[in-house]
Design a protein around this ligand. Structure first.
Ligand SMILES: Cc1cc2nc3c(=O)[nH]c(=O)nc-3n(C[C@H](O)[C@H](O)[C@H](O)COP(=O)(O)OP(=O)(O)OC[C@H]3O[C@@H](n4cnc5c(N)ncnc54)[C@H](O)[C@@H]3O)c2cc1C
Length: 454
């Protein structure tokens, strides 16, 4: 006889949200079956269902901490495969305004890892858990329902074969931003949730370059787009030991980076910090630049619905997908999975309402940051209030101050890494630092070049 409360949970989608959900579900269920329509690779490799894997992917400090909590030892495993554990302020060149932030020890622990390597490590760990089965090549096509609660899902083998029903005491939709959860619920007679949408019209063009570990004194460089005055940016993240994943991005009409290799390098010369351009001139390109028009952000307000079916929950991008330029999606997905585990401590009855209330608290701050930040661009459609304008005006001042004040830079990084609330940028000492007149330019506070990052 099992000491678990429930028998079988079904998870649709075997990516970041689905895999971390499977891990927490195992605390309450005897068995968890995870379905994905892709053929899942045996090791780190990009795949059709996760096209974003080809573009630079940053993991926030909060995401690293939650992953380590759910999968103890995963950071060390990933480091053994070439991922770079780092101090987010000391080891990364951040450019939010027109000057790089001073690089000092912050205690903010980050990890430079490719999306493919991270996902492969999660897959390996989850598949090894007793009670978990991961079935790839199976597409979810709908839900089964007994009039009160969802009782399972219908799945269809992608290679051909009959659609069949899989019984589950709980079904999790983790099929990402293109999910069909709302249509599935409509088939069962449920009204759709309100949806908030913001689309900044961002275009990513990405290319890999060969990296010689230890040659540069930074593990990553991030030139954030600088608002309407500088609606473009560029990122390089050192991953998998010997690779730079580089993404150049433009926000709004006419700002897309070019895909021609020479023009691509030239675009990087426009960035306020010269190091990314230098890196592109010196490093060997691997493959050709790839272009992606980023989808907009969508937040589904399931927590506001008065009528919800029992035993069904949407999680990760299926619940809320962000503008990827803020690097929040994976972190919010794993934080939601943790909340799912906490909500399950009170049992599966009434779970959707408990979970969505908890998930909304996880989503609120990153959503305000990304949707509110996008509204700083005049071409972006969305509800602007006096508060949005005031906050965006203050954030612009904070970003300018990060270029000369290490304490402001640290606090801003703590907030954007979801380790502190945004209000912590508005304490009287912080306000004084942010609003202080800018000092005469000081010598660059970077580490000496010989301090290499592996
Ligand atoms: C260009 C780009 C850059 C990004 N950069 C960052 C970043 O720097 N940092 C960050 O944290 N986040 C980033 N994100 C966001 C991040 O990728 C997502 O938030 C994250 O992948 C969400 O995980 P998920 O598991 O919810 O969904 P997904 O990763 O989208 O996974 C959905 C899964 O469901 C499967 N699936 C879909 N439909 C079905 C079906 N019907 N049946 C069965 N399986 C199905 C798919 O094959 C896939 O495995 C970026 C996104 C993009 C687009």
């Amino acid at each position: 006889m099992s000491d678990k409360d429930y028998r079988h949970a079904v998870v649709l989608g075997a990516s970041i949200a689905g895999l971390t959900a499977a891990r927490v579900l195992l605390d309450s269920f005897d068995r968890v079956t995870v379905f994905d329509r892709d053929t899942l690779p045996g090791g780190p490799a990009n795949r059709r269902g996760v096209p974003q894997g080809e573009h630079a992917h940053g993991l926030l400090a909060r995401g690293r901490a939650v992953l380590e909590e759910l999968f103890p030892g995963i950071v060390a495993d990933l480091a053994a495969q070439g991922a770079v554990p780092l101090d987010i302020q000391r080891d990364v060149v951040w450019v939010f305004g027109d000057r790089p932030a001073p690089r000092t020890e912050s205690g903010l622990a980050g990890l430079c890892v490719s999306r493919a390597t991270l996902e492969a490590a999660l897959r390996r760990r989850v598949a090894a858990l007793p009670g978990v089965t991961v079935l790839d090549g199976h597409e979810a096509s709908g839900l089964t329902f007994d009039g009160t609660q969802v009782t399972g899902a219908t799945v269809r083998p992608v290679a051909g074969g009959v659609e069949h029903e899989v019984h589950g005491d709980l079904v999790i939709d983790a099929t990402g931003r293109g999910n069909r959860g709302i249509a599935w619920l409509a088939e069962l007679g449920f009204a759709p949730p309100e949806q908030e949408r913001i689309d900044a019209g961002t275009v990513y063009v990405s290319q890999d370059y060969r990296r010689v570990p230890g040659r540069e004194d930074f593990a990553a460089i991030l030139n954030a787009p600088g608002g309407p005055q500088r609606p473009y940016g560029g990122i390089a993240i050192g991953v998998d030991g010997d690779r730079w994943m580089v993404t150049l991005l433009g926000v709004g009409p006419g700002q897309a980076p070019p895909t021609d290799p020479d023009d691509y390098t030239a675009f990087a010369a426009k960035l306020p910090d010269p190091r990314l351009h230098r890196l592109l001139l010196e490093a060997e390109p691997l493959g050709d630049p790839m272009r992606l028009r980023l989808p907009g952000s969508v937040r589904r307000r399931y927590e506001r619905l008065t009528r919800l079916p029992e035993r069904f929950v949407s999680l990760g991008d299926a619940l809320c997908s962000f503008n990827p330029a803020y690097g929040q999606g994976m972190t919010v997905a794993v934080a939601q999975a943790r909340e799912l585990g906490r909500a399950l401590r009170h049992g599966a009855d009434g779970l959707p309402r408990r979970f969505y209330a908890r998930a909304a608290k996880v989503i609120d701050v990153p959503w305000d940051m990304s949707a509110g930040g996008d509204l700083a661009y005049p071409h972006v459609e969305g509800p602007r209030t006096r508060r949005t304008e005031l906050i965006n005006g203050y954030v612009a001042k904070v970003q300018a101050a990060t270029g000369h004040d290490a304490a402001v830079a640290r606090r801003f990084l703590e907030v954007t890494n979801l380790m502190r609330p945004p209000q912590s940028l508005m304490t009287p000492p912080m306000l004084a630092r942010v609003l202080r007149r800018r000092p005469v330019p000081a010598p660059a506070a970077d580490l000496p070049r010989e301090v290499a990052v592996g």
